[in-house]
Design a protein around this ligand. Structure first.
Ligand code: AHG
Ligand code: MN
Ligand code: MN
Length: 335
């Protein structure tokens, strides 16, 4: 049988699940941009793309050349097609306005153009995370600037989410709200080909991911839970756990979607004004949508991440996601 490309998959979704044609186009454009980013990432030192820009983003983090390049690729690919009312990104302080010379569309695109920046220069997997929302009617206007309030919708309102991972293989992992599928980039065809159908996170696990160097800053429920993991067979959980921390959320989540596990980036006492490190709109929400669609769970320790009503584009949130049993246990310790 001939391979099912992303385009064919999306067209079949339009037929069977009524996926709107403009959403299909949007996903294809994002996928095309991710191919362009993959191309830049793999050039590495040969393309002069490694290293820092010498600038900071709105969160005060140093921008790498590839952060900025990836952001530009996504903006340029998506601004002209008429499918978007606006965009927002980790690398831009404010919402991106669709230039007046182009028509506007019904959707909002929010992204982390390059996740795992600290791994770029050491040749470890990085990725692009994206979330698609519908622009509420009251903010839809061909003439006026888009109000940032339009983006501040809970994760349950996402119509699609996914990530591209640039690793030994480039993959696109996607949900349109009915399960999770994965595509692998066939570099000879230049197409994403369906390779992973109906991705499911195993309910239980013996693998965890957390940046242990922050242990002294954690809150009591997280200390308790990780202490229990570390005591292994002799402890209350009665099994030995393995630890993995890649420091690219994309790669850690990809591993969990592949073979289970729990990923944690808890709030900690380093900067009390910031609840955790990860951002709600373009990291936690799209990943939580994928994880839930794959049968896993995702909370901030107290509530389902997808239920949080955002207050700002760059809002941070604590994250516990992955295999249901473990996420429920550590969430329970917070009650
Ligand atoms: P980004 O590169 O987009 O800023 O995101 C990095 C995030 C996430 O990918 C990862 O899980 C985490 O930061 C790594 O944090 P540590 O530096 O604490 O390991
Ligand atoms: Mn990130
Ligand atoms: Mn990033």
């Amino acid at each position: 049988m001939s391979p099912v490309t992303l385009s064919r998959y999306l067209i079949e979704q339009t037929r069977s699940n009524n996926t709107p044609a403009d959403l299909r186009f949007l996903i294809e454009v994002v996928a095309r941009a991710c191919k362009a980013i993959a191309h830049q990432v793999q050039k590495g030192a040969l393309g002069g793309v490694l290293g820092s820009m010498g600038t900071e983003n709105v969160q005060g983090e140093v921008q790498k050349k590839l952060d900025v390049l990836s952001n530009d690729i996504l903006l340029e690919a998506n601004e002209w097609g008429g499918h978007l009312a606006g965009m927002a990104s980790e690398e831009m302080d404010n919402a991106y306005q669709i230039p007046g010379k182009y028509p506007k569309g019904a959707y909002l695109l929010v992204f982390d153009p390059l996740d795992g920046s600290s791994n770029i220069d050491v040749n470890v997997s990085v990725g692009t995370i994206f979330s698609v929302l519908r622009c509420p009617d009251q903010y839809l206007s061909q003439n006026d600037a888009l109000n940032e309030q339009a983006f501040l919708q809970p994760g349950t309102s996402q119509v699609a989410a996914g990530y591209a991972i640039y690793g030994p293989q480039t993959m696109l992992v996607l949900t349109l709200g009915s399960g999770v599928i994965g595509f692998t980039l066939d570099r000879e065809l230049g197409s994403f080909v369906l390779t992973h159908e109906n991705i499911q996170v195993p309910q239980s696990t013996a693998e965890f991911a957390i940046n242990m160097s922050n242990q002294r800053h954690w809150e009591a429920p997280v200390k308790r839970y990780v202490d229990e993991l570390l005591t292994g067979e002799e402890g209350p959980l009665a099994k030995n756990y393995n630890m993995r921390w890649i420091a690219s959320m994309v790669a850690d989540v990809h591993r969990i979607l592949t073979r289970g596990g729990i990923f944690m980036y808890p709030r900690d006492s380093r900067e009390p004004s910031k609840p955790g490190k990860l951002r709600l709109m373009y990291e936690a929400n799209p990943m939580s949508f994928l994880i839930e669609q794959a049968g896993g769970a995702s909370t901030d320790g107290h509530q389902r991440i997808l239920d949080i009503k955002p207050e700002g584009l760059h809002q941070r949130v604590a994250v516990f996601l992955g295999s249901k049993e473990e996420v429920e246990r550590v969430t329970g310790y917070h009650q």
